[in-house]
Every structure is written in structure tokens, then in C-alpha cells.
Design a protein around this ligand. Structure first.
Ligand code: KG4
Ligand code: ZN
Length: 355
């Protein structure tokens, strides 16, 4: 393929956990195509993600998926400006598979490989949509491993306002689902069951909402669910009980997140809220925040639900925005732990410090 767009396309590769994602994005054309393979069936037997199995499956999937997306769009290496990959945070083995694969591919094609911060990619995912948010904004990042409230001034200019002191919001959904005997992935399964339940039946705590501050804590809520479940399991048809428990538990998580978002908006003066990460796919949370921010005269921006959870599209997009700083080197970058506020603004000489 030739023409003016030839060198603006980025291949994005996501392998931080149990999803293999590949995508093609260009700033001129927007999202060109994307593919996702979820390993959920592989891990469901074990009740959680098994890191070694995750790494092996990424190895198995990456080559055919990249070949497939390139062929389907009639592209080859000459049409690609850079290969963006998730460099962290995530499971180290899974990250190394994606990093080594992407670096090799980029080297073979003679283009830069761009090390992307997974949470920055989640945060920027709403820019994949029509009518994206303008900077600055407030961001709520809620995934399986993170719960962050972030003051976002520009790309790479992040101030963490609040974080979780123990479990992440997605982890709270997953652990709650496990307690109720639901399958993986826990968040969507619990949300599905909650649709049939009464959210007002059980009075579960909204942790840390009575104290000032913007941090979260979800482990006590999970314990409260376990205690309540144990207390009421006698005599009642388990399906009704479980649906009411799921609905009450979901309501407690949603209320807690919404109270802190409102507080953060008041503290910072931001009227735009970006919600991203897997829990951002939760319908109750989306609706609740939409209503709350409308009442404040503001607005909430979400990626479409499939781009809330892990995907290659957000990596390709983030890579395209970081590309100006990418270098043609062979360092394979993978950081299992990587604080978001370690990043530097786009345009700084080396935006990805310490990698
Ligand atoms: O962002 P993500 O795909 O992966 C991480 O980077 O962690 O988030 C996965 C998390 C899981 O904990 C999953 O249960 C949760 O997001 N999740 C949901 C929903 N969809 C995914 N939680 C609540 N409601 C949902 N609809
Ligand atoms: Zn994620």
C-alpha cells in the first residue's frame, strides 16, 4: 500500500495479562482494525490467571493474529510507522513475550518499537471514540489491578489523587463473584446476576466515604459480603439470595466510586471525567456517573465497553501519541510494577523514565 497515509500507521500489541490484543491505528485514519483473543477458558479451570499459561498462550497467538490483521488490511511492514507494545505494569512473563515479539518485529521492519504504559493506554482509550474529551480532565481508572483517581493535565502530566489501600475495584468484583460461586470473569458475571436482584436488601459498607480524602479500600467490603452471605444462607432459595447479594454488593462498589469521583471533581474543579479500565464496562457505574456529572454541569467520557477491558486498540493509540520520542534501539522493556506518575509529558526527551 502506498500514499500519504503510508507511514502513519501503528501496530499495537497488548499482552499484559490474559488477553492477546492486536490493532492498527493511525491518527489520520483513526482505528483501522483490531483483534482480541481472551484466555478466559484456559484459566477458568484454576479460578484465576495462571501466569505461565498466560505467557505460553501469548506466544502461541501473537504471530497468527498479527499476520491475520495485516493480511486482512492488505498491509505489510512498509506501511507501519512503529510497533507499540505494553511494557508494564502486568505479569512479567506475559509482558516479556509481547515486548520481545514487538521489538523483533519492529527491528525487522526498521521502525521504532514504542514501550507503552498499560494504565496510560487505558486512560487515553476514550480518544478512540468520536467526540473525545479535551484536556484537562479527571480520570477514574478501575481495573483488575488498579483503582486510581488521576488529575490529567496533558499526556504524561498525571497527578495521582487517590488509590486503593488494598484490593482494586475489579478485584473486589472478582472476589465477590468467587464468594458467590460465579465463574470467571467475575465482574461481568456478578453484574449480570445483580440485574435480577434487589440492591437495597443488604446494607453493606461504603468504605472510607465518611472520612475526607480520595483513597479507596475494598477488602473490608468483601469481608462484609462473606459475613452477610454466611448469616443468611439458611432456608432461602439460593438464586434469589445470591442475586440480592450481588446487587447490594455492586451498589456498594458503585456508590463508593461515585462518591469519590464527585469529591475529586469538587476538589479539582474538573467537570470532565474519563472512566476507563475493565470496571468501566459496568453498566450501573456508567449510568450512575453519567447522572452525577450531568447534575454537576459536567460530562463523563467512556471508551466503548470492549475498549474498557484490555485491548490492542488503546496500545496502538497510546503508541501513536508517544511515537515522537521512540528510539530505534533493541532494549526490551518490561516493568511488572510501574507507577503512572513516573511518566513524563509527551514531547519530553525521554518520556518513559526508568524503563
Ligand atoms: O482492564 P482490565 O481488562 O484488566 C486489567 O488491566 O486488570 O480489567 C479487568 C477487570 C476484572 O477485574 C473484571 O472482573 C472487571 O475488570 N470487569 C468488570 C466488568 N467487566 C470487566 N467489573 C464489573 N462489571 C463489569 N461489567
Ligand atoms: Zn487493563
Amino acid at each position: 500500500m502506498t500514499g500519504a497515509l503510508q507511514n502513519t500507521r501503528f501496530l499495537g500489541i497488548e499482552t499484559s495479562c490474559d488477553e492477546t490484543g492486536v490493532a492498527l491505528y493511525s491518527r489520520a485514519e483513526g482505528l483501522i482494525d483490531h483483534r482480541l483473543f481472551s484466555q478466559v477458558d484456559i484459566h477458568s479451570l484454576y479460578g484465576g490467571v495462571v501466569p505461565e499459561l498466560a505467557s505460553r498462550d501469548h506466544v502461541r497467538r501473537l504471530t497468527p493474529m498479527v499476520r491475520e490483521i495485516m493480511d486482512a488490511n492488505r498491509l505489510d511492514g512498509r506501511d507501519i510507522a512503529g510497533v507499540a507494545y505494553t511494557a508494564g505494569p502486568g505479569l512479567i512473563g506475559a509482558l516479556l513475550v509481547g515486548a520481545a515479539f514487538s521489538r523483533s518485529l519492529a527491528f525487522g521492519w526498521g521502525v521504532p518499537a514504542i514501550a507503552v504504559h498499560h494504565m496510560e493506554a487505558h486512560l487515553l482509550a476514550p480518544l478512540l471514540e468520536d467526540d473525545p474529551p479535551q484536556f484537562p480532565f479527571l480520570a477514574l481508572l478501575v481495573s483488575g489491578g488498579h483503582t486510581l483517581l488521576v488529575d490529567v493535565q496533558a499526556i504524561g502530566r498525571y497527578r495521582i489523587l487517590g488509590t486503593t489501600l488494598d484490593d482494586a475495584a475489579g478485584e473486589a468484583f472478582d472476589k465477590g463473584a468467587m464468594l458467590l460461586g460465579l465463574g470467571l470473569p467475575g465482574g461481568p458475571a456478578l453484574a449480570q446476576l445483580a440485574m435480577e436482584g434487589n440492591p437495597a436488601r443488604f446494607d453493606l459498607p461504603r468504605p472510607l466515604t465518611r472520612k475526607p480524602g480520595l483513597d479507596f479500600s475494598f477488602s473490608g467490603l468483601k469481608t462484609a459480603l462473606a459475613i452477610t452471605f454466611e448469616k443468611v444462607t439458611s432456608g432461602e432459595p439460593p438464586t434469589h439470595l445470591k442475586a440480592d447479594l450481588a446487587a447490594s454488593y455492586q451498589q456498594a462498589i458503585v456508590d463508593t466510586l461515585a462518591i469519590k469521583c464527585r469529591r475529586a471533581a469538587e476538589a479539582t474543579g474538573h467537570s470532565r471525567l474519563v472512566v476507563a479500565g475493565g470496571v468501566g464496562a459496568n453498566r450501573n457505574l456508567r449510568e450512575r456517573l453519567r447522572v452525577d456529572f450531568h447534575a454537576l454541569g459536567g460530562r463523563v467520557y467512556y471508551p466503548r465497553p470492549e475498549f474498557c477491558t484490555d485491548n490492542g486498540a488503546m496500545i496502538a493509540l497510546a503508541g501513536s501519541l508517544r511515537a515522537q520520542n521512540a528510539m530505534l534501539d533493541l532494549t526490551i522493556q518490561a516493568r511488572p510494577r510501574w507507577p503512572l506518575d513516573d511518566l513524563r509529558p509527551a514531547g519530553a526527551e525521554n518520556p518513559l523514565v526508568g524503563v
